[in-house]
Design a protein around this ligand. Structure first.
Ligand SMILES: *[C@@H]1O[C@H](CO)[C@@H](O)[C@H](O)[C@H]1NC(C)=O
Length: 369
């Protein structure tokens, strides 16, 4: 057919098609949460209408083959994850998350040293995502911790992006999404992330703006603290300082997704009557409680709950137990902050720790449509 025989309607529909292609290439907002199988919260229980993206965590890295695998105990839930969450929300997208805080960082470091092992990782990850119907992949390598590892991390991301683009071309499917979970700041104890590779190769970064204060021996065992402070009058350990560092380092704001913890950290107070933020403490009390568990603790112990708007944190105390966490006011303030800063969105760790979707709902409403 000669080009001059095209009707205006044909041209119009072609333009519309191209426009849609262009739109689908970038995300407009990420309202996300991780799901983990460990706590018995079923995939079918997720209210996926509250999210645009869901992360299924975690796939593992085999240290001897450098291939990504799904453990046999998880395979049934992982392989039906996408189908299950799309029953309530057909447009929700799913990503298979690899690694996690409990996996061996040294396994990732060693995989990333050579092109051949990086290729095993990349090829197996793409195959696994496709065969299990995920629309993306997410890397939780916690944490590249030398200059060389940061460089290798950058090579991995660039090669991953190239392989994802090539696979999309040959399969005719939309390219897999690529994201990575990273430290709250671009500056990891004076080590700088590979900013260029991150910007060029990832759809977005999940900024883990939490676990900033914990009762761990190498953190803050002798003083309570705001685990996921948005602001910090006493130091630059805060979500806002981290986000500003990422932007200053050269990552576009609309590639940043702010992490929200659906859990808290506990301390044992030295004196039950001295219960503020940064009060003297004696290590941990029931560390790492989920939001639902914290709400139950408050009810059962008639604990006092406080929202501190300067720092943007919630905390509660009863007797000598002190827990820092994010309740609805902290969550909505942070989501409003993320939107105001021009970030791409937010993610929660993790959906199963919520209580009747109170925080998920608050976050989604605070961002708006
Ligand atoms: C929040 O806590 C900090 C640290 O204790 C304190 O300086 C500040 O006044 C508190 N803000 C409010 C609104 O209470």
């Amino acid at each position: 057919m000669a080009s001059n025989s095209k009707t205006p309607a044909y041209i119009f529909s072609t333009l519309l098609f191209l426009l849609q292609l262009h739109f689908s290439a970038g995300q407009t907002v990420v309202k996300a949460a991780y799901w983990i199988p460990d706590n018995g919260f079923l995939v079918s229980s997720i209210d996926s209408t509250l999210f645009t993206h869901l992360f299924c965590a975690f796939a593992d890295l085999n240290p001897s083959t450098s291939q990504v695998t799904i453990s046999s105990s998880n395979s049934a839930q992982f392989s039906t994850f996408t189908q299950t969450v799309q029953q309530k929300n057909p447009s929700v997208k799913t990503l298979l998350s690899i690694g996690g805080g409990d996996s061996e960082a040294s396994t990732f470091a060693s995989m990333a040293t050579q092109a051949s092992t990086r290729k095993s990782f990349i090829d197996s990850s793409i195959k696994l995502a496709r065969s299990n119907n995920f629309q993306g992949l997410d890397l939780d390598w916690e944490q590249p911790n030398t200059k060389e590892q940061m460089t290798n991390f950058g090579s991995l991301l660039n090669e991953w992006r190239a392989a994802v683009a090539a696979e999309s071309k040959s399969s005719g499917k939309a390219p897999l999404l690529l994201s990575a979970a990273v430290f709250y700041s671009s500056d990891y104890y004076s080590l700088i992330y590979p900013i260029q590779a991150i910007s060029n190769s990832l759809d977005w970064l999940n900024v883990m703006a939490y676990d900033l204060y914990t009762a761990a021996a190498n953190n803050s065992p002798d003083k309570t603290g705001p685990p996921a402070a948005l602001y910090n009058p006493t130091s630059k350990v805060s979500g806002d300082a981290g986000i500003r560092a990422w932007i200053q380092a050269g990552v576009a704001a609309n590639k940043l997704v702010l992490g929200l913890p659906f859990y808290g950290h506990g301390w044992r107070l030295v004196n039950a009557n001295n219960h503020g933020i940064f009060a003297p403490a004696n290590g941990a009390a029931s560390d790492g409680l989920g939001y639902g568990g914290i709400k139950d603790f408050i009810t059962q112990n008639s604990a006092t709950a406080v929202f501190n708007s300067t720092i943007v944190t919630d905390y509660c105390y009863a007797g000598t137990t002190w827990i820092g966490y994010d309740d609805t006011q902290s969550i909505s303030t942070k989501v409003t902050y993320a939107k105001g800063k021009g970030l791409l969105g937010y993610f929660a760790w993790h959906v199963g720790a919520d209580k009747n979707f109170a925080l998920s709902q608050t976050a989604s409403c605070a961002w708006g449509a």
